[in-house]
Design a protein. Sequence first.
Length: 169
Amino acid sequence: MARRVKTKIGDIFSITLDSGKKKYFQYIANDLTQLNSDVIRVFRKEYPKDKIPDFSELLAGDVDFHAHTMINIGVKQHYYKQEGSSVIYAATQDILFRDTNDYGNKVGEEPIKFSENWFVWKINDKSFTKVAKLEGENRKAEIGIVIPPFAVVERIKTGKYNFVYPDFD
């Protein structure tokens, strides 16, 4: 029988890079407006694989991106390794996500490459705000769909997701 994975907000996880180094993320919230998914904050700095960093140093580091994902599945599939837990230092109420209904396509149709039909929201914000074209601060919003663990790992390793999704420019 598979081992039950227990996670809680504040938990810190690592991902091993192809170079053998590690990068880390922290589980920072659940977003009830996005399938009650786990929201993570991924840190930019790489660390040696045989050393767990000081968490206060890690959490004070630069943030690479935020994402919605399924941590338990990522742990079960051996994409994420649970390393410890700490308080959440940075505010979560200002993290902005974006989405559009302009993704996917029918057989034989070209996918929409650029959308002007966006909406944005913050964690647990029940009122998604239609903004049409992304301008100003909204251009910094992260893709807000629930990202599978393997795609989160791909973004950590390469800087971009491995799926087709419209851009805004």
